[in-house]
Write a protein that binds this ligand. Structure first.
Ligand code: PCA
Length: 319
């Protein structure tokens, strides 16, 4: 009897050792479509590997804060993670190609820009021992404010929430006062008056219940920033062949599913903003002209900073 129990115990501990669990930090809330897509990605991997590889998702920066996620994957503290690509802009301007106002403003254009920049992004991250699994675009970015905006002049002096260096620069050029705030902290930042305007997707606006703090949304569709899912190369290579295959297949599926989810998300969340009483208005000619001018300045600045690689990416994108 005792012997049998011992055997059962041994067997159970062997099974427990054989299965791998990966902790995966992500920056955005659980109900956000990127996170939902990741949860499905995790589920597919678990199914395909018969439970041998499990991914435990820690959303909203709960395990690691957004600005630390890339380095945590790089150091091997966690094997896998998600972050906004343009967060890495100060490492290389190439990471910011998707946040230049009015360079790529539709899903088609954004996908083209991703395809043009992906090999370079992969090269840069490979040098850090990181492997790209997939990227998904956010819905097009629009402007939120606590008053009507007839032109860029109306942004002057407003406390403006930024989420990367591009949104910070845009705010500066508009004469607003930028402050970096993570999506997870938005409601609090508005509630305490730290910020009073921002540019982001209908998605993040709805996720943070923007109607509680601001009255107007202008769907200017200035760009579609992307989230990237990366894995530590060593951790990936340690997996048995069949599990590696399962991860790559689930990643390819998550990329195409994610872009589809994003398109649907745009319409759904615009409707949600309206349903909650926000004035969702088309931008005036004057507001668009002012933002486009800022976009031109930022494009010129980016081209200069990104050098020959940037030029090559732009050329591939425009072909
Ligand atoms: N939401 C994220 C990044 C872009 C977006 O649409 C945010 O506001 O932080």
């Amino acid at each position: 009897m005792k012997f049998k129990l011992l055997l059962v115990g041994l067997f159970a501990s062997q099974v427990a050792v054989a299965a791998t669990t990966w902790d995966m930090p992500t920056p955005y809330p659980e109900n956000n479509f990127h996170t939902q897509n990741i949860l499905q990605f995790a589920q597919e991997i678990e199914q395909a590997t018969g439970g041998e590889l499990k991914i435990k998702v820690h959303s909203a920066g709960s395990l690691i804060k957004h600005t630390e996620i890339k380095n945590a994957v790089r150091s091997g503290q966690v094997p896998i993670g998600e972050f906004l690509i343009s967060q890495l802009a100060n490492e290389d301007p190439l990471f910011q190609a998707d946040s230049i106002p009015f360079l790529a403003t539709s899903y088609e254009a954004s996908m083209k820009l991703w395809q043009a920049s992906r090999p370079e992004v992969e090269k840069l991250l490979d040098k850090q021992g990181l492997m790209v699994l997939y990227a998904v675009a956010w819905p097009p970015q629009g402007v939120y404010a606590n008053k009507p905006l007839n032109s860029v002049d109306d942004l002057k002096g407003l406390k403006f929430r930024a989420y990367n260096t591009a949104t910070e620069r845009l705010a500066q050029l508009a004469g607003a006062v930028p402050t970096q705030v993570e999506a997870a902290d938005l409601a609090q930042a508005f509630a305490t008056g730290r910020v009073e305007s921002m540019i982001t997707s209908p998605s993040t606006g709805a996720n943070s219940k923007a109607w509680d703090y601001v009255s107007h949304y202008y769907h200017v569709q200035a760009w579609l920033p992307k989230n990237l899912v990366i894995v530590n190369k060593r951790a990936f290579q340690r997996l048995p062949e069949a599990q590696r295959k399962a991860v790559l297949e689930a990643a390819a599926k998550a990329e195409s599913r994610g872009w589809e989810m994003s398109r649907k998300e745009t319409e759904e969340k615009l409707a949600e903003l309206k349903a909650n009483g926000m004035k969702v208005e088309p931008p005036s000619e004057a507001l668009m002209a002012g933002l486009r001018k800022i976009g031109e300045t930022m494009t010129a600045e980016w081209v200069k900073a990104a050098g020959v690689t940037g030029e090559a990416v732009l050329k591939a994108y425009r072909q």
